[in-house]
Design a protein around this ligand. Structure first.
Ligand SMILES: *Cc1c(COP(=O)(O)O)cnc(C)c1O
Length: 379
């Protein structure tokens, strides 16, 4: 089955009992057992639920893995994956990962005895140099948020596999429509499904897929033991969202290309970060590992312009955290999504006070460009 067909037909797309073409919402906590001590498929909904299983099988097939898992949020998914490790284990982390991942690492996981080294995963020597006797994994995002930096997943996986480290990739920005990390050598891929996979700003969810069944057993054990599962209603809604991923991603991409071309020519814009920029440092890696450029871009206004005026002049593009939905969303990382990072570290990582992140929606591109044009001239 080809990818776009899997979106519609993988997982459980036809109910065995009734023929319903959509998976029913099994709103139940428990399941009647016909004999004492017999073998049952479902026993309790933290452990397993058919609606959740449908979306778990779907993402497993989309990412080409052997097992999928659904969680109450992307953060819960990330926590579940880090729960594979024990006090004293060391993990190498990309320096431009999601702010909430840094918060989890710095204020929760370090307290519990995990050790981390933060590196620029674009620089393979820096990654190799960070490996210690107790290193267990390399964790990264590509493209990153908000600077759209690109890491070569295959090259990192090769370094990792030489000494049996796990490669873990947060694939939220690209989605499996554009990038399939397990095919590129990664061991675990995870998502905030609150973004492109859900796609409509109506859901918070997380997904994990693994390439190896032993690893799948471990993640499944932890999912049940920790219990941060996705409920049946949200599992259903997420599957509904994923069905249209291909058409949405094509529309996001088409709009983002046009907006990039517009911003690139606009004298009020000083700098643009976009995976589809042919002049960007790692465009060769983009072409090698991505099947498109996605719908995210960031930019800086030219000197003397007011970020506040620009943002507040926008009429269609909505000021909000989050991304990856049908409506265009704009935010200022320094104040919003990355506000919890100390300013010195944030500036060192390249996230200036003037940086603006745009999640390009699927509205008519002319309306978006007009909105941007007017706001830029007022800024
Ligand atoms: C939003 C996001 C997360 C966290 O997911 P939640 O669903 O908000 O908990 C993790 N990684 C990336 C890249 C994100 O954008």
């Amino acid at each position: 089955m080809k990818f776009n067909t899997k979106l519609i037909h993988a997982g459980i797309s036809r109910d065995k009992a009734t023929g319903a073409v959509n998976v029913p919402i099994y709103q139940t906590s428990t399941y009647a057992q016909s004999e004492l001590g017999g073998k049952v498929e479902y026993e309790y909904s933290r452990t397993g639920n058919p609606t959740r299983r449908a979306v778990e099988d779907l993402i497993k097939d989309l990412e080409n893995g052997v097992a999928g898992f659904a969680f109450a949020s992307g953060s819960a998914a990330i926590h579940n994956v880090f729960s594979l490790f024990s006090a004293g284990d060391h993990i190498i982390v990309g320096n431009d990962v999601y702010g909430g991942t840094f918060r989890l690492i710095n204020t929760v996981l370090k307290r519990q005895g995990l050790e981390f080294t933060v590196v620029d995963t674009r620089n393979l020597d820096e990654v190799k140099g960070a490996i210690k006797y107790n290193t267990k994994a390399i964790y990264l995002e590509t493209p990153t948020n908000p600077l759209m930096r690109i890491t070569d997943i295959t090259a990192i996986s090769e370094i990792a596999h030489e000494i049996d480290l796990l490669t873990i990739v947060d694939n939220t920005f690209a989605t499996p429509y554009i990038q399939q990390p397990l095919n590129l050598g990664a061991d675990i891929v995870l998502h905030s499904a609150s973004k492109y996979l859900g796609g409509h700003s109506d859901l918070v969810a997380g997904l994990v897929v693994v390439k190896d069944s032993k690893l799948g057993d471990k993640i499944g054990y932890l999912q049940n033991a920790i219990g941060g599962i996705l409920g049946p209603q949200d599992s259903w809604l997420l599957q509904r969202g994923i069905k249209t991923l291909a058409v949405r991603m094509q529309a996001h991409e088409s709009n983002a290309r046009k907006i990039f071309a517009f911003l690139n020519e606009n004298e009020n814009v000083a700098k643009i970060y976009y995976p589809g920029d042919p002049d960007a440092r790692d465009f060769e890696i983009v072409k090698k590992q991505m099947n498109g450029f996605g719908g995210m871009l960031s930019f800086e206004l030219a000197k003397g312009h007011s970020v506040k005026k620009f943002i507040e002049s926008l009429k269609i593009i909505t000021l909000a955290e989050s991304l990856g939905a049908v409506e265009s969303l704009v935010e200022v990382p320094a104040i919003m999504t990355h506000g919890s990072i100390p300013e010195k570290i944030r500036l060192k990582n390249g996230i200036s006070n003037e940086l603006i992140r745009l999640s390009v929606g699927i509205e008519q591109s002319e309306d978006l460009i007009e909105d941007l044009e007017k706001a830029l001239s007022r800024a």
